[in-house]
Design a protein. Structure first.
Length: 114
């Protein structure tokens, strides 16, 4: 997880810019390259923060109606140089956060007597 306030601020910027650059349609090759370059410049070599942003976007928004746009934002972070090795950890963290934010209602036999 990001530790310093400076890291948290940079992560927020990376995430915001990635989401702004993602579209509701596929990007052209030129758009993809320009967006990745913008994120790479913003990240200033912080592959760890690019990976955190990408992984959280993927894990947090699985199954959401706007999942495709978050996947596109994540791909932009990956193209910008995200640390691929840490992506699975951040995807799982996103899933965990998503589950904590919207717990699944109890159904079935386990909750029948409650």
């Amino acid at each position: 997880m990001t530790s310093s306030k400076r890291d948290q601020a940079l992560l927020a910027q990376i995430t915001g810019v990635a989401r702004r650059l993602a579209r509701a349609r596929p990007l052209t090759g030129a758009e993809q390259q320009e967006a990745a370059a913008t994120l790479s410049q913003l990240a200033k070599g912080r592959a760890d923060l690019l990976a955190e942003s990408a992984g959280l976007a993927i894990g947090t928004h699985e199954g959401d109606p706007d999942e495709a746009r978050y996947l596109q934002a994540a791909q932009l972070c990956i193209d910008a140089g995200a640390d691929i090795g840490s992506l699975p950890r951040w995807i799982e963290e996103g899933r965990r956060r998503s589950g904590a934010a919207s717990p699944t209602p109890r159904t079935g036999a386990a909750s029948a007597g409650h």
